[in-house]
Design a protein around this ligand. Structure first.
Ligand SMILES: [Zn+2]
Length: 132
């Protein structure tokens, strides 16, 4: 199965950390939950698998965050959709959470695609949970 779509990674940061996020520089992350939205126009499953594993060559901002030992993906949500939906979901996350400015949105007009969130249950209203 090869699906194109949008995904949200729910990420647990287990302690306060400072991460060098490539061109963005050093960013402080407080212990807590974060939600990151991305999209894959070819294989959504492969992209999510990439995020769940260790990547040697960092390409996206999220690669730098996920490489930290105190960081793990705890849930994955997805939806079959085109790229426009990615930014719509970023907007929804922005209403519920606090943006980590400029993260993951180099090629769109969003404030961010990564948000500190208290709760992610609302994602279930319009996305499916991916088992992994
Ligand atoms: Zn966007």
């Amino acid at each position: 199965m090869s699906m194109k779509g949008v995904y949200v990674l729910v990420i647990s940061v287990d302690e306060d950390i400072e991460v060098d996020v490539g061109a963005l520089g050093s960013i402080s992350f407080e212990k807590g939950l974060y939600a990151y939205v991305g999209s894959a126009q070819n294989s959504l499953e492969k992209r999510v698998e990439r995020h769940l594993g260790r990547v040697k060559r960092k390409f996206w901002h999220i690669d730098y965050l996920l490489d930290n030992d105190a960081v793990k993906v705890v849930k994955v949500f997805y939806k079959e959709a085109d790229k426009a939906e990615e930014c719509k979901i970023a907007g929804k996350l922005g209403e519920k959470g606090v943006a980590v400015k400029n993260f993951g949105c180099s090629d769109c007009g969003c404030v961010s695609h990564l948000f500190r969130v208290d709760d992610y249950g609302f994602l279930r209203d319009f996305m499916f949970e991916m088992r992994f």
